[in-house]
Ligand binder design. Sequence first.
Ligand SMILES: Nc1ncnc2c1ncn2[C@@H]1O[C@H](COP(=O)(O)OP(=O)(O)O)[C@@H](O)[C@H]1O
Ligand SMILES: [Mg+2]
Length: 334
Amino acid sequence: MKIAIHRRKNSFSANWIKYCENKGINYKVVDCYSNNIINQVQECDALMWHFSQANPKDILFAKELTFSLQTAGKKVFPNFPTAWHFDDKVGQKYLLESIGAPLVPSYVFYDKDKALDWVGETSFPKVFKLRRGAGSAHVKLIETKSEATKMVNKAFRQGFRLYNKRANLKNRWYKYKKGQTDLWNLAKGALRFFKEPEYSRIAGHEKGYVYFQDFIAQNDYDIRVIVIGDRAFAIKRLVREGDFRASGSGHISYEKRHFDEATIELSFKMAEKINSQCLALDYVFQDNQPLIVEISYGFVKEGYYPCKGYWDRDLNWHEGSFNAQGWMVETVLS
Ligand SMILES: Nc1ncnc2c1ncn2[C@@H]1O[C@H](COP(=O)(O)OP(=O)(O)O)[C@@H](O)[C@H]1O
Ligand SMILES: [Mg+2]
């Protein structure tokens, strides 16, 4: 078995490569952006590529390339069941409703009039989301009908840019105040007022649909559980001060006591139904019951290094550090 690996800075790839070297697994570094990538992978049995929702090239063709190779009989990471819904909250709504998952009640409209009718009769607050984005960048609390109407009008007129410079600068300011980032990072947020990031320009405007969820109140954290094969680990993310959003806050707790077994068990069940190699589930809670707000396959690996241990499929706890990227390689080998 030989694995082709696309190398990218700040991705899973460095750990995949290290794992292959330590275990004596045959691998080859390839360049997915090259015109002859199919040729490069030909001699291999598998391709692993940690593509990103914020990379201007990846968003153009990462799924198309990996799914093509999968169609041809290669193993890929992430494969189709793992990745097709990545960075697509609307796709996730259909998937999670189809499998009977406990998704936060979610609403999507492709007609302005139907959306406005719904705004007229529903209750508020609601949570507005774009289908794409991470770190809470496009998640907004909508308190009134008139605010919702404005969002609907914008969604069916000019649409939304994937890079929201105001929200982004506000987030950088928050992190700077909390000592989570430096002055240069803050300054970059200000410079972004003059130059939109390339991924956002390439992706174009998000428009022609509008997506809302019920607002699940009184959650001062969310829980993220990640299932890879027969193992799961979790983090608790506290919301930003004066905010309801946890993702991207940088306030993370790791102790096992924060996580209840029912949520871990549910996560294993969901990963199995979706047939995912690697599934991160974000949960909020209503009357102690977990409700999914979104799923994804990718994550920032450094945020999970401090995890205290992991659960196996039988919910046994294994204390100590672990190599989640190694598990990904194992799912490809299995
Ligand atoms: N329907 C909801 N009710 C209450 N809080 C929510 C809801 N949806 C999201 N949140 C909060 O907002 C954060 C970001 O939402 P999420 O859908 O995970 O978007 P992102 O892709 O930006 O992480 C979550 O971490 C959670 O704290
Ligand atoms: Mg999230």
